[in-house]
Design a protein around this ligand. Sequence first.
Ligand SMILES: *Cc1c(COP(=O)(O)O)cnc(C)c1O
Length: 302
Amino acid sequence: MIFESSPVETISFEGHSFYVKRDDLLHLDFSGNKARKFYYFLQNNFSDIKKVVSYGSAQSNAMYSLSVLAKMKGWEFEYYVDHLAKYLKENPHGNYAGALKNNTVFKVSSEQLAVSSEENVLFVEEGGRQKEAEYGIKLLAQEIMDWQKENDIQELNIFLPSGTGTTALFLQKNITLLTAHCSLLTNVYTCPCVGDIEYLKKQFLELEADEKYHPVILTLEKKHHFAKLYKENYKIWLKLQQQTGVEFDLLYDPLGWRVMLAHTELFDKPVMYIHQGGILGNKSMLPRYERKYKNIEGSGDL
Ligand SMILES: *Cc1c(COP(=O)(O)O)cnc(C)c1O
């Protein structure tokens, strides 16, 4: 094992008590749920592989984590974006700057990248949405169950926000399998951050046909667009920082916390929130929020 299991902390927020699984602390560079998703590639030997190829946005957390993985493994890393903003190119920051530092080769192409069958090349889907992700997420499920047993927490509601839904799906699946023969009652809840409920449901079905392994999907009533600068998201992020001292990510976590707080039925049991990392991305999101909402201190009403 390359990682120690990540710590669980108790925090209190808006009058409720939560356990937080600090996957953001797994590793200095290679952290969060991308470390879980790419753990299979880190742990196993791929002596034929010389290069990793992937695609997505120029500020993606998955891209940065892959650049760290490639560096650890001594692989080249080629990354396709459909466009690269002039400003970012001239002023690299956030995940893009981090990936450049790890010698990522950026290619701009408007064509959809087909799965490569080239020899010596490892092809990774956008956001790491693939079967191999289950290997590392199963370990996360095991860590949570061991922790429940140690602390005698029979029932637990777990919440984590979804992008592709890969982490939430494989977490629920492996918890269901691992708890099949014991008395623990553990359920996974999530919310779609990138698309809507139908999109997330489709993602789940592509990875696992059997719906008994799917997490429960919760949402807010209002429609939400990914990476848009919502005042409510900024406010809750500031509040989290003030009340808990923990820095969460600005893309997924604000919506995750808002959805969770809107579903008070979850609080009938102890609740665990999974901190999936992504803090490096805040370096590009935070200045945008600060410019847009200069006068917010996070102490007003949500
Ligand atoms: C990638 C990422 C997610 C989404 O994970 P999925 O497995 O794609 O659902 C959530 N939070 C953070 C911080 C991430 O980096």
